[in-house]
Design a binder for this molecule. Structure first.
Ligand code: UGA
Length: 439
């Protein structure tokens, strides 16, 4: 079976490499020629656990996985074409230009049946519009007899565990109008289906909305527990116990109830904004999602006040930020809480030293205006610091040597924005401890 994947961003690359490793012949395409050159040489543009190894295996065997910057070639290579191009959100509006560009090329180039599988996150109704566009292009070419299907197949990959999420997802959603399309896509996902992964077949609009609704609901859970954490701090309750108590109710579930510095990443902030914008356009108010966006913004600001209060930060105080990526096991810094926190601290004229195992290059490159001293390790980042702030819960930050840190800091204050540590333990090591919703 042959599959083409257009767009080698996060989703496209994981999809392509995983499908190739499951035995499908995959041609990945991206208009960025430098990226394609690097990929052909086995160089990944992102850090994602296991992805490099899988890609290396596929490339070494010189089979099943290839790359091209020629979209026309990708269209002719296979009758199954995945679209996984980026759809940025600007002013609460999802920009679908890239998706329609690909649909246009398909409509202009196709010479036989095509199944177009859209994985890009798009507003409801986009799949239907793509269909209309391809149909009109075929009509212009006098080729209305060529058959095709366009389906929605949203992705639910989490950065940091995307390979596992692809191989063994909670569900596969296929939003399609045609049985032929559903059957063909089920063949692509035969490995997952044989593992017992459920497949939900819906209309295209429901599949498109299921993606946004899932992300918005998860973001709501996080903001909800973050607000409860704030309340806990005012009434001597412990948010970890509260979350446990809530999560034991099967109707609520224990996932995504970890308080922290606020959600970040390329998805929740973008998709909640786009969902609100989409609903507004359709004359519906999503007041809960709107409140979540506002709550998350305020929560990040609150983290700056928390740090300043805990360490009595003054002009020229030095704050150490441990973790810059929006979550561990990724070098992605998009909408990372670290950005709002560092900006807030610099605004208060504090000095900021930072260390992250993977994301420092991206921070330097994309946020050159932030005056941060990047350090090579935890110890140098903490030397002469007035406050250590754990922002991203990288595994290596869960085993800090507080005895050693105590010797190098100016002031022993530890703000644990991920509640990684037992407060009593950190205090016993001579540090003032501040978590999120814990005493
Ligand atoms: C999210 C969804 O979880 C995926 O299902 C979806 O496919 C993806 O967006 C997407 O739309 O592409 P991702 O952004 O990679 O995945 O990361 P998450 O693990 O969901 O974390 C998002 C943010 O929420 C992070 O900043 C994380 O630290 C925060 N978070 C998560 C919490 O603060 N508390 C929690 O309990 C869970």
């Amino acid at each position: 079976m042959d599959v083409s994947i257009i767009g080698t961003g996060y989703v496209g690359l994981v999809t392509g490499v995983c499908l190739a490793s499951l035995g499908i012949n995959v041609l990945c395409c991206d208009r960025d020629e430098d990226k394609i050159k690097a990929l052909k040489n086995g160089i990944l543009p992102i850090y994602e656990p296991y992805l490099g190894k899988l890609m290396e295996n596929c490339l070494r065997k010189n089979e099943r996985l290839d790359f091209t910057s020629d979209t026309k070639q990708a269209v002719s290579h296979s009758n199954i074409i995945f679209i996984a191009v980026n759809t940025p959100t600007v002013d609460n509006k999802c920009d679908v230009e890239n998706v329609f560009d690909v649909a246009k090329t398909i409509g202009i180039e196709m010479e036989g049946y095509k199944l177009v599988v859209n994985k890009s996150t798009v507003p409801v109704g986009t799949v239907r519009q793509m269909k209309e566009l391809i149909r009109s292009l075929l009509y212009q070419r006098g080729k209305n007899d060529l058959e095709f299907d366009v389906v929605s197949n949203p992705e639910f990959l989490r950065e940091g565990s995307a390979v596992d999420d692809f191989i063994n997802p909670d569900r596969i959603i296929i939003g399609a109008d045609s049985e032929r399309a559903v059957d063909l896509l089920k063949q692509v996902y035969a490995s997952q289906i044989s593992l017992g992964v459920p497949v939900l077949v819906t209309g295209p609009e429901s599949a498109e909305l299921a993606k946004y609704a899932s992300n918005a609901f998860l973001a709501t859970k996080i903001s909800f527990i973050n607000e409860i954490a704030n309340l806990c701090e005012q009434c001597n309750a412990n948010v970890l116990d509260v979350a446990l108590g809530m999560g034991m109710d099967k109707r609520i579930g224990d996932k995504f109830l970890r308080p922290g510095p606020g959600f970040g990443g390329s998805c929740f902030p973008k998709d909640t904004g786009a969902l609100v914008g989409m609903a507004e356009k359709l004359g519906t108010e999503l007041s809960i999602v709107r409140a979540v966006i506002e709550s998350n913004k305020k929560h990040k600001e609150k983290m700056v006040s928390k740090i300043c209060k805990a360490a009595e930060i003054k002009e020229k105080s030095t704050v150490t930020v441990l973790g810059l990526s929006f979550k561990p096991d990724t070098d992605d810094i998009r909408e990372s809480p670290a950005i709002a926190i560092i900006s807030g601290l610099l605004g208060k004229k504090a000095g900021v030293k930072a260390y992250d195992p993977m994301a420092m290059d991206n921070f330097r490159k994309f946020l050159p205006h932030l005056d941060v001293t990047y350090c090579t390790d935890v110890l140098s980042a903490c030397t002469r610091s007035h406050c250590i702030v754990l922002v991203t819960e990288w595994e290596q930050f869960s085993k800090l040597d507080f005895k050693q840190l105590k010797k190098v800091v100016e002031k022993p204050v530890f703000v644990d924005l991920r509640n990684v540590y037992d407060p009593a333990y950190v205090r016993s090591m001579g540090f003032k401890y501040e978590g999120v919703g814990v005493k």
